[in-house]
Design a protein around this ligand. Structure first.
Ligand code: ZN
Length: 192
């Protein structure tokens, strides 16, 4: 059975037996948090459990590497929507050890793109349009530095509401252990 058929079949059962009742919550985050983290499969259930986040507690934004590649892209917009429209009051960036996005190699991925049948003409057209695939597809090298970069972009964003703490953490994808890299409260105090 293919994935979609599996999902649809399971879903029918899920709704029929009212399993959703355990997950009912408000659209506003109970713990007033926006969390930006990685899409890594190991974190799907582990991260919320390890942080004691339940349905309704936080706005969780995910992408490859918890990266903000553009200060006016959809990730930063989501952070701002969480803070301005959805009553969140703090932001936590959570990276993780062994992140695939840290080690991402642009040349390797470009080769993969070609091998999977995308025509080289497409690639050269993109390059001529000013799209720098090499830097777009390059990993950030070091997981801790990746977290700090995202924290800095959020913290220094001109549209961030003043006095919003922005924290940075790194999680072990095997044990769920968290390390605090940037304490947004103490940074706030020193800037006051
Ligand atoms: Zn990752």
């Amino acid at each position: 059975m293919d994935s979609v058929t599996n999902i649809m079949k399971y879903n029918e059962q899920f709704v029929q037996t009212k399993e959703y009742e355990a997950y009912r919550s408000s659209p506003f985050p109970e713990k007033k948090l926006v969390i930006l983290t990685c899409m890594d499969t190991r974190l799907t259930e582990l991260l919320p459990k390890a942080m004691n986040i339940r349905n309704g507690d936080a706005k969780i934004i995910k992408n490859a590497g918890a990266v903000i590649s553009h200060p006016y892209g959809s990730v930063m917009r989501s952070v701002l929507v969480g803070l301005y429209e959805l009553q969140a009051e703090e932001v936590i960036v959570v990276g993780h050890h062994g992140c695939g996005m840290a080690a991402l190699n642009a040349d390797h991925m470009i080769n993969e793109i070609k091998e999977r049948g995308v025509s080289p003409t497409v690639l050269s057209t993109l390059e001529h349009s000013g799209i720098d695939l090499k830097s777009w597809l390059q990993g950030f090298g070091n997981e801790k530095q990746g977290v700090i970069n995202s924290v800095e972009i959020i913290k220094n964003h001109p549209l961030l509401p003043p006095h919003v703490p922005v924290h940075g953490m790194i999680i072990d994808p095997a044990t769920g252990q968290l390390e605090l890299l940037v304490n947004g409260y103490s940074q706030q105090e020193t800037s006051l």
